[in-house]
Ligand binder design. Structure first.
Ligand code: SAH
Ligand code: SF4
Ligand code: F3S
Length: 437
């Protein structure tokens, strides 16, 4: 028996897909890339922006043909998009070729759901309206062999006014630190060298639990694990990123000097409307504290252009922050109105053309900064952890610096999984190239 999983969206979804794959592997399924060969096909969806949703709907439509050619395949769709009200019924009605619909809160039920879908003549729907307890001990089949995603918490309590995530992922639930530490120790024993701690807002880790430390305490404990080389984490919320955490980052030698700190907008007025809980000045102060204690830190961010009511002055604030902070990189998004979020109800939506114009201006500025920062690395020798070979050429190795810059070098595949000093000789926007020392 064979399976295919297609995943959209963020690392949360990627990791959920690793859990789905783990359960399928336990049931005896093997992975395939050939749709015609698959007995189970799952699509793990994202709905953070409208574009993500329309891609999924297009893909689901195309699967009708697959079902005609391979009628025994079980076609399932899951993930954030399915948690939206009425979505499952809409799929059942408009895409009757889909066999199974489930959400983000009950992925652990996959084995039973597959059986139920097989037995059902219509689309089997099993979406939980709310989150349950944190499930421990589920099998995980990881995609990478060198770096591993480890969930430290699920859900989000922040309700940024543009964002659908809290509605589709539920409230914050932290895992017990002892469970997290055992998982990481096992990963290290299995040869993993880097772990990425995952949560929608890792800085509020532990707040929902009694007798647990906070995120800084967790980082310190993970930093003690012998044999582990690198720790990363994602995503941070600037409001909860306190000085104690900054000091902890500076003192934990395994925590990589790369912090993803979404600012979303540079204007304090817009930040207030977004319910982000910090001002432009507070954000800039936080960045200067980080740069003060970790001088070579690489900082990346997320920015939304065209939030309702964004004026030219507001946008200029965002441009100003980009110039001041000099981010190593930024994920930039056009604001996308999401159903039932407070921002969707604001009447002053920014016209699409204007959003696009601002977006291009912002991208040009950020790209020039990214390139300048990367070019400054030429001549430096940096430790690189090799993760695999380049997509296009298997004599070229792909690795990352601690600051999360992608590096390509020619070298032997034996070096995959090793940390090697590389002299940087070339710098492009999205990657560096160099020579092994
Ligand atoms: N929990 C993380 C990431 C959430 S989604 C965080 O708080 O940073 C990833 C990014 O998508 C967000 O940081 C935001 O920049 C973007 N995003 C979320 N909702 C959006 C919307 N309605 N329109 C455009 N971008 C959005
Ligand atoms: Fe969405 Fe804000 Fe939560 Fe991030 S912190 S997931 S942007 S509500
Ligand atoms: Fe998308 Fe869900 Fe992640 S909406 S961004 S996959 S939490």
């Amino acid at each position: 028996m064979k399976y295919i999983i297609e995943t959209w969206g963020c690392q949360m979804n990627e990791h959920d897909s690793e859990v789905l794959a783990g359960m399928l592997a336990d049931l005896g399924y093997k992975r395939t890339d050939d749709e015609m060969d698959a007995d189970v096909m799952l699509l793990n969806t994202c709905c953070v922006r409208e574009k993500a949703e329309s891609k999924v709907l297009g893909r689901l439509g195309l699967l009708k043909k697959l079902k005609q050619n391979n009628p025994d395949v079980i076609l399932g769709v899951c993930g954030c998009m399915m948690q939206q009200p009425a979505m499952a019924d809409r799929i059942k009605k408009r895409m009757p070729h889909m066999d199974l619909v489930f959400g983000t809160h009950n992925i652990h039920e996959l084995p039973q759901m597959i059986n139920e879908a097989k037995a059902s003549r219509t689309t089997h729907i099993q979406v939980w309206p709310e989150q349950g307890e944190v499930k421990e001990g589920l099998p995980i089949k990881r995609t990478h062999g060198i770096k591993a995603f480890v969930n430290i918490m699920y859900g989000c309590n922040n309700f940024c006014t543009y964002c659908i995530v809290p509605y589709v992922r539920g409230r914050e639930r932290s895992r017990l630190s002892k469970e997290i530490l055992v998982e990481i120790k096992d990963l290290v024993n299995d040869g993993y060298r880097e772990i990425m701690l995952l949560g929608q807002n890792v800085n509020s880790y532990g707040k929902d639990l009694q007798d647990e430390g906070d995120f800084a305490d967790l980082l310190k404990a993970v930093n003690e694990i012998k044999g582990l080389d690198r720790i990363r984490f994602m995503t941070s919320h600037p409001r909860d990123f306190n000085l104690r955490l900054v000091n902890t980052l500076a003192s934990c030698n395994k925590v990589c000097e790369h912090y993803h700190l979404p600012i979303q907008a540079g204007s304090s007025r817009i930040l207030k409307k977004m319910n982000r809980g910090y001002t432009k000045e507070e954000y800039l102060e936080l960045i200067s504290q980080i740069k003060d204690r970790v001088p070579h830190a690489s900082i990346t961010t997320d920015i939304i252009v065209g939030f309702p009511g964004e004026t030219e002055e507001d946008f200029d604030d965002t441009m100003e922050v980009i110039s001041k902070v000099r981010f190593d990189g930024a994920y930039t998004f056009l604001y996308s109105s999401r159903p039932n979020t407070p921002a969707a109800k604001i009447s002053e939506q920014v016209p699409q053309e204007l959003k696009k114009k601002r977006f291009q201006k912002l991208l040009a500025l950020q790209n020039s900064i990214t390139e300048e920062i990367n070019k400054q690395l030429i001549g430096q020798t940096l430790p690189v952890l090799f993760e695999g070979t380049s997509k296009n050429d298997d004599t070229v190795l792909m690795g990352r610096t601690r600051t999360n810059k992608i590096v390509h070098v020619s070298g032997h595949a034996e070096l995959i999984g090793k940390i090697v000093d590389v002299n940087i000789q070339g710098a492009q926007m999205f990657s560096l190239s160099g020579k092994i020392i």
